[in-house]
Design a protein around this ligand. Structure first.
Ligand code: ZN
Length: 100
């Protein structure tokens, strides 16, 4: 497990802990014998089908879901690049005014 993953797990655990102390708990019982017990799992990012907890990327075996997820990842990456590129261009244009 990488450092970032460990940090994420920690902050998730903290967030869940903070949630518990709020009173009404939405978390399911951790005891496997409890009637409402649900085994640890995650959900497909596209169709929400329960999948194995360690599934990475978080999609089911459906081809449609894998395709959609790839599309989402691509647009997310593009958005990330734009997020840095546009302010950089703006700063550059701003600086150019002083150079002349
Ligand atoms: Zn799916």
């Amino acid at each position: 497990m990488s450092r970032i993953e460990k940090q994420m797990k920690k902050s998730i655990e903290r967030a869940v802990g903070a949630h518990k102390s709020e009173g009404k708990s939405h978390t399911l019982p951790l005891n496997p014998k409890a009637p409402k017990y649900v085994a640890p799992h995650r959900h497909c990012a596209i169709c929400q089908t329960p999948i194995h907890q360690d599934s990475e990327p978080p999609v089911c075996a459906d081809k449609e879901c894998i395709k959609k997820r790839e599309k989402q990842e691509k647009s997310r990456k593009h958005l990330n690049i734009m997020l840095y590129l546009f302010p950089a261009i703006a700063i550059m244009l701003f600086m150019l005014q002083f150079i002349r």
